[in-house]
Design a protein around this ligand. Structure first.
Ligand SMILES: Cc1cc2nc3c(=O)[nH]c(=O)nc-3n(C[C@H](O)[C@H](O)[C@H](O)COP(=O)(O)O)c2cc1C
Length: 213
C-alpha cells in the first residue's frame, strides 16, 4: 500500500470517527422526525421538524387509561408532560357519573391545579382526555378557556368506550380557530391494558411526526 492510499484511508477514518462522535455528543439533542419529508393527505409534500424541546404532552385522566396513552406518546415524542389535576377531587363509582353529568349539564368550568407551564415554550401540544358524556370532560373546557393556542399545533388524543372522539376534535378546532389541529388518536380505554406502541408509532408517522430518534 503506498503512502497516498494510506493517507486517504487515515483521512476517511478520521471523518468516520468525527461523525460518530458528533452523533454521540449531539444525539441527545432530542430532535424528533428530523426534517422528514412527508406526504400530506391532500397529496402535497410537506416537511415537518418536531423538536422535542418544543413539545408538550398534557392530559386529564381520572381512571388511568388516558394517562397510559399519554405516557406512551411522551415516550415516543419526548418534550415535557403534565397531568391536569382537579382542585376538587372527583367522586368515584356511580357518583362520578352523576356528578360529571351535572357538571356538563350546568356547563361548569371546574378548576385544575397550576400546570406550571408557559405555553410560549411550546409549538406542538399533544392534548389528551377521556370521553365523558359524549364530549370532553368539563375540566378540558376550562383548559381551553385558559390557554390561547393561536399559532400552535394541537394534536388531540383520547380514550373512550365506544364514542371514539365523539366530534371532540372538531370541538377543539372551534375552541382554537387560530391553531392547527392535527388528526387525533382515539383508543378504547379497555385496550390500554394492551401494548399500544405500534398504534402510536403509526399514528405519529401518519401525521409526519416521527418518534424520538
Ligand atoms: C363519567 C364518565 C362518562 C363517560 N362517558 C363516555 C362517553 O360518553 N363515551 C364513551 O365512549 N365513553 C365514556 N366513558 C368511558 C371513558 O371515556 C373511558 O373509560 C376512558 O378510558 C376513561 O379514561 P381515564 O381512565 O383516563 O379516566 C365515560 C366514563 C366516565 C367515568
Amino acid at each position: 500500500m503506498n503512502k497516498k492510499v494510506m493517507t486517504i484511508i487515515i483521512a476517511a477514518l478520521i471523518v468516520v470517527v468525527l461523525v460518530i462522535g458528533g452523533f454521540m455528543l449531539f444525539g441527545r439533542s432530542r430532535s424528533v422526525g428530523l426534517d422528514s419529508s412527508i406526504e400530506n393527505k391532500d397529496g402535497g409534500v410537506g416537511k415537518t421538524t418536531l423538536d422535542s424541546d418544543r413539545v408538550l404532552v398534557v392530559y386529564f385522566s381520572e381512571t388511568g387509561n388516558t394517562q397510559k396513552l399519554a405516557q406512551e406518546i411522551y415516550e415516543q415524542v419526548g418534550g415535557d408532560i403534565r397531568r391536569i389535576e382537579p382542585v376538587k377531587p372527583y367522586p368515584t363509582g356511580q357518583e362520578l357519573f352523576d356528578y360529571t353529568k351535572e357538571e356538563r349539564d350546568n356547563n361548569e368550568r371546574p378548576e385544575f391545579k397550576d400546570l406550571n407551564i408557559n405555553l410560549d415554550d411550546y409549538d406542538y401540544i399533544f392534548v389528551g382526555y377521556p370521553m365523558w358524556w359524549y364530549t370532553l370532560p368539563m375540566m378540558m373546557y376550562t383548559f381551553f378557556d385558559i390557554y390561547d393556542f393561536s399559532g400552535k399545533t394541537i394534536i388531540p388524543f383520547n380514550t373512550h368506550e365506544g364514542s371514539f372522539d365523539g366530534g371532540t376534535y372538531e370541538t377543539i378546532k372551534e375552541f382554537e380557530p387560530n391553531a392547527t389541529v392535527l388528526d387525533g388518536l382515539p383508543i378504547r380505554g379497555g385496550d390500554m391494558s394492551k401494548d399500544q406502541t405500534d398504534t402510536v408509532k403509526e399514528w405519529l408517522k401518519g401525521l409526519g411526526l416521527d418518534e424520538k430518534n
